[in-house]
Design a protein around this ligand. Structure first.
Ligand code: HGY
Ligand code: MN
Ligand code: MN
Length: 403
């Protein structure tokens, strides 16, 4: 028995409307708290109100659409993007949640609320909005976070103005269910439609500042240089060697942000700032990877005569198993709607669900990413897979929601 039915055309139309906020070719640039992000949040809040949901912004910029004053199942994701983002990363989960909550409300169905978390993509921290709401990151600490573009979280969130209310209590919600694009190749290569997520990897990140000696690129003999970029290359090589015996094919580490100073072709770089981020499903292996990283940093410094300073940029995000009960509801829904075209799988990407798993039952569903591409403008998913995901998420919510 289904207590409500969704409208795929309306869902797809809303997805394409959201895509316009910060549109950049096929993708989006919609960093947390930028004008495009705020405009998108205001539009989503308006859709929530028109759906009969009570809208609420909290001090961190998280936007809720509440089904009523009583307990409800929470569905959602995030609408902020990476500096160069795809149109579906996060947005899919927010719009699918909106469509489902709207359909249930209209049908007098179960109480389903919506959340659009802020700064999942880490312009400031790590899953910042849900980290603050979950209590893992005090707001006063978050306010001190500074984006690589120089704006602090405190300055950015001031743009909420009068929108911001108080933090909502966690116990208003009976659980959290998030649909997201896989952002990897597994479902696409297998030709399957749905992933029922079993767990989310843990993540750690350091910001490394390497100080050498700025000098003339023509007159400074190679043997006398303290070249900060050489230290970065030695670090990267040492990581490859050091990780080889302790990692699995799913373990990852990335030097994703690098700034050379003064970044001029005729000057030996005297300073380099980079991030090292690593992820794994095992906390113990994250520890062992951190030992490799620490040793590699010391080796790079010794070999180049540079000084190395490390800041742990983000609070640690531990590996998270997802709720068994929610997983079985999602599996039942997937088998009903996409029989034989679904699998259980882990998440190599981080999600806001990581922050809620110790507060309430949490579950996730994936839909395929074409060619496994994400965090890039060309990120995309076949429309039929988007609609299948919506229907499986709706059915899962129908099975799980109280009342
Ligand atoms: O980095 C992540 O895993 C997420 O997409 N922000
Ligand atoms: Mn995301
Ligand atoms: Mn992302």
């Amino acid at each position: 028995m289904h207590r409500f039915s969704v409208d795929p055309a309306r869902f797809l139309s809303d997805l394409h409307t959201l895509r316009q906020f910060g549109a950049c070719g096929p993708g989006v640039k919609r960093r947390a708290f930028t004008p495009e992000d705020i405009a998108a949040r205001d539009w989503i809040a308006q859709q929530m109100q028109e759906a009969g949901l009570q809208t609420h912004f909290d001090p961190a910029g998280n936007l809720f659409g509440l089904a009523g004053d009583g307990p409800s199942l929470l569905l959602g994701s995030h609408s902020d993007s990476q500096p160069e983002g795809g149109w579906l990363d996060g947005a899919l989960g927010v719009i699918a949640a909106l469509e489902i909550a709207r359909a249930s409300k209209a049908a007098g169905g179960p109480a389903l609320s919506v959340v659009n978390f802020q700064d999942e993509e880490g312009r400031f921290g790590a899953l910042t909005g849900s980290s603050v709401w979950s209590g893992k990151l005090p707001l006063a600490e978050a306010d001190k976070l500074v984006a690589t573009d120089g704006e602090s979280f405190a300055e950015a969130r001031a743009s909420l103005g009068a929108r911001a209310g108080d933090f909502l209590p966690h116990d208003r919600f009976t659980g959290f269910l998030e649909m997201h694009i896989e952002q990897g190749p597994v479902l696409d290569q297998a030709g399957e439609a749905i992933g029922v997520v079993t767990g989310i990897v843990g993540l750690r990140q350091l910001q490394v500042t390497i100080t050498g000696q700025q000098n003339h690129a023509g007159t400074t003999p190679m043997a006398q240089r303290k070249d900060a970029f050489t230290a970065v290359t030695r670090l990267a090589t040492a990581l490859e060697t050091g990780m080889a015996n302790i990692v699995t094919p799913q373990s990852v580490w990335t030097i994703g942000h690098l700034r050379l100073e003064p970044n001029a072709s005729s000057i030996v770089p005297g300073r380099a700032v980079c991030t090292i981020q690593w992820r794994d499903a095992s906390a113990d292996r994250l520890d062992r990877m951190e030992t490799v990283i620490t040793n590699a940093l010391q080796e790079a410094a010794a070999q180049t005569g540079c000084a190395v300073h490390v800041d742990r940029l983000r609070h640690d995000l531990v590996p998270v198993p997802l709720d068994e009960g929610i997983q079985s509801a999602c599996a039942q829904a997937a088998q009903e709607i996409a029989p034989g075209s679904w699998r259980e799988m882990p998440s190599g990407a981080l999600h806001d669900a990581s922050n809620l798993a110790d507060l309430m039952p949490v579950g996730m569903l994936f839909v395929p990413s074409i060619n496994g591409i994400s965090h890039a403008f060309e990120e995309d998913t076949h429309e039929a897979d988007l609609v299948t995901g919506l229907k499986v998420l709706a059915r899962s919510a129908d099975i799980l929601a109280p009342g």
